[in-house]
Design a binder for this molecule. Structure first.
Ligand code: CTP
Length: 440
């Protein structure tokens, strides 16, 4: 039992549930970074002048979800695109911009600033910043810091396509690469200036993944294979109608993304959702529960199974080949349902059972109690229980970006605080790594 865990056993079970209603957040949170894949790491973010600077704000949030702290230098040009106030609000730190500011020097000299983080990230990296670093210039805080740092530097370039392809930028990039500077992006696409081609800054999740890799966080689940399911299944009634549910797939996709970021070889089997696959994931799209079962079986063996999909419990006995029409006498058709295979239970008890089997329990009543029973009934190691009933203002976990879960394991119940689905993914990836390491 650790600080965040409640134990349960048949004898104390009822007491715990009585307590549970009194102590919904009982002793859960062992510190802001305790379960993240890269605890206690920080970056120094240098934000150059470019429209992509707004994406760096999102990057700061993404990193915070992974337990990586950011401190920022905002160049003069950068401050034309985002305000120091918004950067400081997101980093929770003073924003630095002036090389000659006496206050800044008194609090933290520029040399100390350049060494204060584990990694220096330049995003957006403009042609100007790249040129300054390649040429060893030191005429402002950003360039001086880049020259003085003893840490690795990662650049996320953002500029017009012609600038990116110009001989001088190419030359500077070659110099920087030779000097050991890491790059992420730029991506190809339409730019703010209306032109098309390479030059768009990489997306925040791509930069976050590159940062994790540079910080050595990607190795936590290296060599581990993971199978994740996500989204609803659709069970056809006829060619135009189906039975389904409100699952958006967001939580399963976030888990797959976090597992890949931690280095796991991850297959995502997804029901019909409007999401794009996280980079690095092997995606297999399915429609029905029976297809999902077949796809899972084809993807085995795996070390970890995370069944985040909201599999339809029933399907119409017969799916009509042509559209069911209203009859003249208005007799309402009766649809006979049959039970779908329970994928989680089948895989958990099958001959190729993954080492760690994790199911979900989407509940509207007696959330934890039902999850505890589900864990035994389905033969899972862990159940992630969440309350999917809508709140007072009609919002539901299904489709939303946040989640509050209870992790039911052999050791007890952990109540996790309300957090983003990305954060749940990152934390779960770290817990999986911890568990597999313990079991190895
Ligand atoms: N699950 C599954 N196959 C099914 C139904 C559910 O693999 N046919 C999995 C889900 O992916 C989830 C877990 O079982 O990981 C629990 O799903 P949930 O819908 O909460 O439970 P049910 O088994 O459907 O039970 P009930 O609807 O009675 O709560």
């Amino acid at each position: 039992m650790n600080g965040g865990l409640r134990e349960y056993s048949p004898s104390n079970f009822n007491v715990l549930f009585k307590n549970y209603t009194l102590l919904p957040y009982f002793a859960i949170y062992p510190g802001p970074n305790a379960w993240f894949p890269v605890p206690n790491k920080s970056i120094l973010l240098i934000m150059g002048g470019g429209i992509a600077a707004y994406k760096s704000l999102e990057l700061v949030r993404r990193l915070a979800e992974r337990g990586i702290r950011s401190r920022a230098i905002l160049t003069k040009a950068g401050a034309q695109f985002v305000t120091p106030l918004s950067v400081s609000a997101l980093t929770g730190e003073k924003v630095y911009s002036d090389l000659f500011s006496l206050t800044d020097e008194a609090e933290m000299g520029h040399i100390q600033l350049s060494r204060s983080a584990d990694l220096v990230v330049v995003a957006p990296a403009t042609a100007d910043l790249m040129a300054k670093m390649a040429g060893g210039l030191a005429n402002d805080l950003a360039s001086t810091t880049l020259l003085a740092t003893d840490k690795k530097v990662l650049m996320a370039p953002a500029m017009n396509v012609r600038m990116w392809e110009s001989p001088s930028v190419r030359r500077n990039r070659a110099i920087l690469e030779k000097d050991g500077v890491l790059f992420v992006g730029p991506n190809e696409g339409e730019m703010a200036c209306g032109e098309f081609g390479p030059g768009r800054m990489a997306e925040p999740h791509e930069i976050a993944a590159a940062i994790e890799q540079a910080l050595g966080a990607d190795g936590l689940l290296k060599g581990v294979t993971a199978l994740v399911t996500a989204g609803p299944t659709r069970e056809p009634v006829d060619p135009v109608r189906f039975l389904a549910n409100h699952s958006s797939g967001k939580q399963g996709y976030a888990i797959a993304e976090a597992l890949v970021a931690a280095g796991a070889d991850t297959t995502l089997i997804s029901g019909p959702v409007g999401l794009t696959a996280p980079p690095g994931v092997t995606l297999k799209r399915v429609t029905t529960a029976q297809e999902m079962l077949a796809a899972c079986e084809a993807a085995l063996p795996a070390d970890v199974l995370v069944m985040a999909a909201a599999v339809a419990d029933w399907r119409p006995d017969i799916a009509a080949n042509s559209k069911i029409k209203k009859s003249v006498d208005r007799v309402v058709p009766l649809i006979k349902l049959v039970e779908n295979p329970d994928i989680l239970a089948i895989l958990a008890r099958g001959p190729r059972r993954p080492r760690l089997v994790i199911g979900f329990a989407a509940e509207t009543d007696d959330v934890v109690q039902n999850a505890v029973a589900k864990r035994t009934r389905k033969g899972a190691d862990w159940i992630i229980a969440n309350d999917v009933s809508a709140n007072e203002i009609g919002e539901s976990v299904m489709g939303g970006d946040r989640n509050r879960i209870h992790l039911v394991s052999e050791a007890g119940i952990e109540d996790w605080p309300d957090m983003t689905k990305a954060e749940v993914g990152a934390r779960l990836a770290a817990r999986i790594a911890e568990k597999l390491k313990g079991a190895a």
